[in-house]
Write a protein that binds this ligand. Structure first.
Ligand SMILES: CC(C)(COP(=O)(O)OP(=O)(O)OC[C@H]1O[C@@H](n2cnc3c(N)ncnc32)[C@H](O)[C@@H]1OP(=O)(O)O)[C@@H](O)C(=O)NCCC(=O)NCCS
Length: 285
């Protein structure tokens, strides 16, 4: 499979196939051919059916392998109540027959299973305004596979490609998300363009060091996220930098947001030598 534009790692679409989890009620609202990448009918998983059980169990294992170390694995009921039923899941997978042996062990794939094994997923939930969605979960096994030496395949860009195709598949126009200042995923989220900050310190979340962000979804933003070198998004210069461990700085920024000032994260964080990151912040009119 090929996209009609250049992406960071085209081999991903040669080695992996897309899947979608959605109920028959939500499915008609989705684009199963985002940017011309087809999701085969047999790769659409209906969470209301018994024969989806093994795939959904493997999806939960994917979540455990990626979010477990972050301390935020999803209970199964959260998958059902907050993802499969109200929203949708899009991701890339490998047929069990061609799965790498080490991955088969990590996933504990049943010997007689012939279906797909998910290696990435993007979960999002629609909000009441048409076209507005909340991104609930992004998982990519690329870093785990590299660490565990599961395969020689180059899986660089898997997380970014998955989120970019998923937002197109879900036909998102306005995107909202929440992540932690130190999350590696922030490197991915800023690829879509400057992120509008709604919170910088979020005690309503189980991790107060969470930021709430949003952006308008355009084809340019999606192409940029997947690594199309022909797209250049406008990015204002940073006014200051926030250390990813600086709780006082987060609270001060939150106070300014609540007082009516508006800020964006204009570009990628910068790693710092001692560990962690500095995140650029720009005040906007
Ligand atoms: C976060 C996660 C999705 C990333 O998946 P991935 O497949 O490695 O993502 P990608 O390769 O598409 O993108 C990662 C980007 O981060 C960049 N990055 C990561 N660590 C970096 C560092 N220390 N310094 C600079 N850039 C860094 C990579 O260079 C890459 O950007 P590039 O494509 O411009 O080079 C994956 O690690 C994961 O599932 N983590 C656990 C769950 C989680 O935290 N999810 C996010 C919740 S909001």
């Amino acid at each position: 499979m090929r996209l009609p534009f250049e992406i960071r790692n085209p081999s991903l679409l040669d080695e992996l196939v897309p899947y979608v989890v959605a109920t028959p009620f939500n499915l008609p609202q989705l684009n199963l051919n985002p940017f011309g990448v087809p999701t085969l009918p047999e790769h659409v998983i209906d969470p209301l059916r018994l024969d989806s059980e093994t795939f959904l169990t493997l999806l939960q294992r994917l979540d455990g392998l990626t979010f477990g170390p972050e301390g935020m694995p999803m209970p199964r009921w959260v998958f059902y109540d907050c993802a499969e039923l109200p929203g949708a899941i899009y991701g890339l997978a490998r047929p069990a027959q061609t799965l790498w042996p080490r991955a088969r062990d990590l996933f504990r794939v049943p010997d007689d299973y012939q279906g797909l094994v998910p290696v990435s997923m993007y979960v999002a939930i629609p909000m009441p305004k048409a076209g507005m969605w909340f991104g609930h979960n992004l998982s990519s096994l690329a870093p785990v596979f590299e660490q565990e030496q599961v395969t020689d395949l180059d899986l660089r860009g898997l997380g970014s490609l998955t989120k970019g195709l998923a937002l197109k598949a879900f036909q998102v126009q306005e995107f909202w998300g929440a992540t932690q200042w130190l999350s590696k995923a922030l490197y991915i989220h800023v690829k879509f363009g400057p992120l509008n900050l709604s919170t910088a310190w979020t005690p309503a979340h189980s991790e107060s060091e969470t930021l709430t962000y949003g952006f308008r979804v355009t084809d340019e933003a999606l192409r940029a996220s997947m690594g199309d070198p022909t797209v250049t998004l406008a990015r204002p210069a940073p006014d200051f930098w926030l250390d990813g461990h600086d709780q006082k700085g987060m609270i001060a920024l939150q106070d300014r947001i609540e007082a009516g000032e508006r800020f964006v994260i204009p570009e990628s964080p910068r790693p710092v030598a001692e560990g962690g990151v500095r995140v650029p912040i720009t005040r906007v009119a």
